[in-house]
Design a protein around this ligand. Structure first.
Ligand code: NDP
Length: 237
């Protein structure tokens, strides 16, 4: 397949989990892929050599690094912002610096990367940001900062769709439910609780999320923008 044979793709946060599946998918579909990593140097090196993609160390918590990497990778046809993390625990006990770091990675980086990418992005470009079903539904305590950060992406997509629509550039949010990764292993302690909310009693696979991202980035999705796309086994139904 060479759906993306003439396309340049940048994935922020591509070394592991959902991001790595997205890198593999675009590389298999023929794109020239660059991805970023923060801590997982070995995993990034291995993925780059397996897929023929390029790995660049960039901390998504650092606005200047994010903007520089996006600028140096341009012009990009497809930007995917996947880097993100959750903090669990009593809101009254959480370290405010760590909470602010979460907002920098989960909210500030998608905003600044999207705006910077569009400076050089050609007509028909695509932006896809990985949100979460927790942007719509937060059924347990201890994750308000994460829910807030993923809800914020909905406003990002609605707003930037208006800014960039005249250039035929789309922006969409993919909202996964539980997906089997290091961050949320299918055999983890929360498994039964999470599955109790779902119609499909299993974790999703990273490649299932990557398939939705590829469709949104592809030629069939040219009229889809400013929208949230949930892939969650009916977690939020
Ligand atoms: P993992 O923890 O398995 O992987 C996270 C990826 O993001 C890694 O490649 C990591 O790179 C990268 N990353 C994290 N922080 C940074 C940073 N500061 N700078 C650059 N890269 C960073 O997570 P998942 O694959 O599970 O999650 C990916 C996305 O999907 C996140 O946005 C998450 O919120 C979202 N999501 C996940 C769900 C799930 O159930 N798994 C459900 C809903 C949404 P490195 O290791 O190199 O630091």
């Amino acid at each position: 397949m060479a759906t993306f044979g003439d396309k340049t793709v940048l994935v922020l946060g591509g070394s592991r989990g959902i991001g790595a599946a997205i890198v593999r998918r675009f590389a298999a579909d023929g794109a020239a892929v660059t991805f970023t990593y923060a801590g997982s140097k070995e995993a990034a090196k291995q993925l780059a050599s397996e897929t023929g993609s390029k790995a660049v160390r960039t901390d998504s918590a650092d606005r200047d690094q994010v903007i520089a990497t996006v600028r140096e990778s341009g012009p990009i046809d497809v930007l995917v912002v996947n880097s993100g993390f959750a903090i669990f625990g009593d809101a009254l006990d959480q370290d405010p610096d760590e909470i602010d770091r979460l907002f920098r990675v989960n909210v500030h980086a998608p905003y600044h990367a999207s705006v910077e990418a569009v400076r050089q992005m050609p007509e028909g470009g695509r932006i896809v940001v990985i949100g979460s079903v927790n942007g719509d539904r937060m059924p347990v305590p201890g994750m308000a900062s994460y829910a807030l950060s993923k809800s914020a992406l909905q406003g990002l997509a609605r707003g930037l769709a208006r800014d960039f629509g005249p250039r035929g550039i789309t922006i969409n949010i993919v909202q996964p439910g539980p997906i089997d990764t290091d961050a949320n292993p299918a055999d983890g302690p929360m498994r039964d609780l999470m599955h109790s909310f779902m119609a499909l009693k299993r974790h999703g696979r990273p490649d299932e999320v990557a398939a939705m991202v590829a469709w949104l980035a592809g030629p069939e999705a040219g009229f889809v923008t400013g929208a949230m796309h949930t892939i969650d086994g009916a977690f939020s139904a």
